[in-house]
Ligand binder design. Structure first.
Ligand code: DGY
Length: 323
């Protein structure tokens, strides 16, 4: 009798030519309709499989794995993994992997683009033009803030934070950062970045970019009190996770002239966006696309596939420690 092959669940249609590699080792179960991805649908899919390739749309915790007796590995397509309850997975001995490095530069590019868009009011200006409101060159219309010569504040100085700092040197920006732990002196020198405490970062940044992981400790770390410490001329850009910012407090600061502008690629209740943010002109809103270049999204899937193959111990990658 033929030996039955391990089964894996691929939670969303990704890139078929890359996911194809899984077919050499596994029976692949796909659920094409992402709207099915509620907790019960996820639990039902996991119950049947040895491994899963998932995205940040799939929240996987204790309940979802309760009946997943065979499950040994989850490969997340993404560097952030706050969609996974790591304690619950570890308690069951289930390996979890993510996709660091491959998205660093693309995400830093986009963070920079958003910061520039907020500072120079790019989307607001475009809406103005498209609405037929442009009456001719307006000397004082839609004036923004410069990036060059300004102070950049980076909260979270991991790979992507360092990518932003690297780009800032080309804009002659002064770079301040705050991080859980201070970087070694040679790394600070390489990025021309100065470590400061959180309050100093808030007070001195002309442009503050959030690139820290989401956790209980970073939940709403940018709240009303933090925003009140920022300059009213400053901008705030978030490419990390929505829950890091208290969105109601941010909307209030933007509406009442206590912050010049903001750019958000991530939202606490995404894909829902708080109507108080949608109502504002001085904010750039994008649908979680910071890692979204074609090449990078393909590289993320390729790495997640490698990780799943290695974690389940089959194929030429067997034994390679998953990233
Ligand atoms: C991630 O990888 O965590 C991003 O948010 C999506 O690319």
């Amino acid at each position: 009798m033929a030996e039955s092959r391990p089964k894996v669940w691929v939670s969303q249609p990704l890139f078929d030519d890359i996911v194809e590699r899984l077919h050499a080792h596994f029976d692949v179960v796909q659920v094409p309709d992402v709207s099915e991805h509620d907790a019960a649908a996820i639990a039902a899919a996991l119950r049947e499989v040895d491994g899963a390739l998932v995205t940040l749309n799939e929240r996987i915790g204790r309940d979802e794995i309760a009946d997943a007796a065979k499950l040994r590995a989850i490969a997340n397509v993404g560097v952030g993994y706050n969609n996974l309850d790591i304690d619950a997975l570890q308690a069951r001995g289930i390996v979890a992997t993510n996709t660091p490095d491959v998205l660093t530069e693309t995400t830093a590019d986009f963070g920079f683009a958003l910061m520039m868009a907020a500072a120079r009011r790019v989307t607001e200006a475009e809406r103005h033009l498209r609405a037929g409101q442009w009456q001719g060159w307006n000397f004082k219309g839609l004036l923004g803030a410069d990036l060059h010569g300004s102070t950049l504040g980076i909260l979270g100085m991991g790979r992507i934070g360092q990518g932003i700092a690297k780009r800032a040197s080309g804009f002659d920006m002064r770079v301040l950062y705050h991080n859980r732990s201070r970087l070694p002196a040679e790394v600070e020198r390489a990025f021309n970045a100065t470590y400061v405490d959180f309050d100093t970062l808030l007070a001195q940044a002309d442009h503050l970019v959030l690139v820290l992981p989401y956790s209980a400790a970073s939940h709403h770390i940018v709240d009303a009190a933090a925003l009140a410490k920022m300059q009213p001329t400053a901008t705030l850009t978030n490419i990390a996770r929505g829950g890091i910012v208290d969105e109601a407090a941010l909307a209030d600061a933007l509406a009442n002239g206590r912050l010049a502008s903001a750019a958000l690629d991530v939202f606490e209740g995404e894909p829902a966006v708080d109507p108080c943010l949608l109502a504002l002109d001085n904010i750039v809103l994008t649908p979680h696309i910071a890692s979204g270049s074609l090449a990078t999204r393909r590289a993320m899937v390729a790495l997640a596939v490698d990780n799943l193959i290695a974690a389940l111990g089959v194929g030429p990658d067997a034994g390679r420690p998953p990233s």
